[in-house]
Design a protein around this ligand. Structure first.
Ligand code: SME
Length: 172
């Protein structure tokens, strides 16, 4: 395939339709290479949210290093993303990403300034959602979305991003 414009076009769709389009497009574009998949996925998320007029300023991934038997020394390492440059590594249990990874639980943060230990890669970020990517019993990475508005994400986002995390876990 050489032409992928259709995968980024979600004008005039509802939020659920747009997020379903992300899931469908991810599946259609899926390869056996995780870098390829997560790179296109960060683009799909970026354009989907912008078409919904949600002011996302970062859409991307952190991947877990090490194994779950050494959780004290585990870290999250920066993966493919869209947006400004970001911190390269995050300690397990620190920041919104590290908490999502260590608790194996989605973090929906309406106001990042009220989240203890939030790591500000971009000082303009106001809200964030982080969804763990789980393979077997192990957290292998997280999906991270930042927004320039307070309460940028809700339970509908969580529902679809958790489905996306399940699809992504197949290639990690
Ligand atoms: N805010 C995140 C750090 C990653 S950046 O948002 C891209 C956190 O607190 O874990």
């Amino acid at each position: 395939m050489g032409y992928h414009a259709d995968y980024s076009s979600t004008e005039n769709l509802t939020k659920k339709e747009t997020l379903q389009h992300v899931l469908d497009s991810y599946t259609a574009l899926e390869t056996s290479n995780w870098v390829t998949n997560l790179s296109n996925c960060s683009s799909l998320l970026w354009h989907a949210y912008h078409s919904l007029n949600v002011r996302v300023n970062w859409t991307g991934f952190y991947l877990a290093s090490g194994t779950n038997t050494h959780s004290q020394s585990r870290e999250l390492e920066l993966g493919p993303f869209q947006g400004k440059v970001a911190c390269q590594s995050i300690k397990w249990g620190q920041g919104v990403c590290g908490v999502a990874a260590s608790l194996k639980a989605t973090q929906l943060v309406a106001n990042v300034h009220e989240f203890p230990g939030h790591i500000a890669c971009d000082g303009e970020t106001q809200s964030e959602v982080v969804v763990p990517i789980v393979k077997g019993d192990d957290v292998v990475g997280v999906i991270d979305l930042d927004c320039l508005s307070l309460s940028g994400f809700d339970e509908v986002d969580v529902e679809y991003l958790e489905k996306l995390a399940e699809l992504i876990s197949r290639c990690l």
